[in-house]
Design a protein around this ligand. Structure first.
Ligand code: TYM
Length: 338
């Protein structure tokens, strides 16, 4: 089990609903290596959240291939398991318990206004389960259990984290100041990577059109092809300028470039002013492949040693449980549940 130094806490999580994407990377994972210098970090694999849309039917699920892939990818993006905690949400029962308690501090109207929920409702209004509706409350439990000071997420999660803050403030105003109110860490560029064939919607792991998404484990030639075929805008002459409303295709590609190279968009616009889309895409492919190739090399190394990955999850479970149990105890106590 890990012993913590006195540092602020950062919490983040990803659902294991599919293979991780360039969107997940640019939205949050790219900063994981460095953020560990300043924060004590908790990296959660949010499998209970995945239940909202995905049925688990494998009896050996908790160490299944998909989960171990994720642990190996977390490590490949620089998470150091000797300093940070990597754990599976379903291993730590305190999350479900706090979820129920917090459900009493959030209103139907607030959850109904969540954009992600409303989108699901539009897409399929016959099979909406209660857990999809209360999804942000489980996020609140995840975050608030660990005295989290900041949460690293992409833009699509901003509204959920704002609600988490509201729930925490509401609880604090009735009881003691139990919860820390977390800050949201969202980059201005890269926090919403769009689908390659339809840059008006978000790049997603679960997109049925795989050409919309770059997966971190895609073959390098597949990535080049996906970028080459990505939808750009039909202006004449083609111009490499950032304008998400009028030119969503090229703006999305510029965001990816900027995020992966940590270069201002304005500098990229100047650099590529006289380029054709095809030449720009070729250079962008090299940038993406360079990043992803390094992740994949590391992934191959870590993924071979399943025992090591399972040990990381077992140790993460112990630390997360130990840490969160103390906090849950305080919450039970102020509610007179003990
Ligand atoms: P998930 O798996 O949907 O997304 C994981 C993280 O990746 C970010 N992300 C993106 N960022 C930029 N562009 C994209 N196209 C893109 N797609 C995804 C998401 O914003 C997110 O940061 N509900 C969370 C998982 C979770 C969580 C938590 C996060 C559960 N509990 C507590 C933070 C704190 C989610 O969106 O997973």
């Amino acid at each position: 089990m890990l012993y913590f130094k006195k540092k602020d806490i950062m919490f983040t999580g990803i659902q294991p609903t599919g293979l991780l994407t360039l969107g997940n990377y640019c939205g949050t994972m790219y900063r994981w290596r460095n953020i560990q210098k300043d924060y004590q970090c908790f990296f959660c694999i949010a499998d209970l959240h995945s239940l909202t849309t995905f049925k688990i039917d494998n009896s050996k699920y908790c160490f299944s291939s998909n989960i171990l892939d994720m642990v190996a990818l977390y490590l490949s993006c620089g998470v150091d398991p000797t300093n940070s905690v990597i754990f599976l949400q379903s291993h730590v029962y305190t999350h479900s318990q706090l979820y129920w308690i917090l459900s009493n501090f959030v209103y139907f109207g607030e959850l109904s206004r969540m954009t992600q929920f409303k989108k699901r409702l539009l897409y399929n209004n016959t099979q909406i389960n209660l857990s999809l509706f209360s999804y942000p409350v489980l996020m609140a439990a995840d975050i608030l259990l660990y005295n989290t000071n900041c949460v690293s997420v992409g833009l699509d999660q901003k509204q959920h984290i704002e609600l988490v803050k509201k729930i925490a403030l509401r609880f604090n105003s009735i009881y003691e100041n139990i919860f820390i109110i977390p800050d949201i860490l969202i980059e201005s560029i890269g926090s919403k990577i769009m689908a390659l064939q339809n840059p008006k919607k978000k790049m997603s792991k679960s997109d049925i059109n795989v050409d919309n998404t770059i997966f971190l484990l895609d073959k390098i030639d597949v990535i080049c092809l996906k970028i080459k075929q990505s939808l750009t805008d039909s202006d004449n002459p083609p111009q490499i300028v950032f304008n998400p409303k009028k030119k969503p295709g090229i703006s999305n590609l510029l965001s990816i470039f900027s995020s992966l190279t940590n270069t201002d968009i304005s500098i990229l616009e100047k650099r590529f002013k006289f380029y054709q889309y095809s030449s720009f895409k070729k250079i962008l492919s090299d940038v993406i492949c360079d990043t992803i190739f390094k992740i994949q090399q590391s992934y191959i190394y870590f993924r071979k040693n399943e025992d090591y990955l399972i040990d990381i999850l077992k140790s993460g479970k112990k630390t997360a449980l130990n840490y969160s149990k103390n906090n849950l105890k305080k919450i039970f106590s102020v509610l007179n549940l003990v």
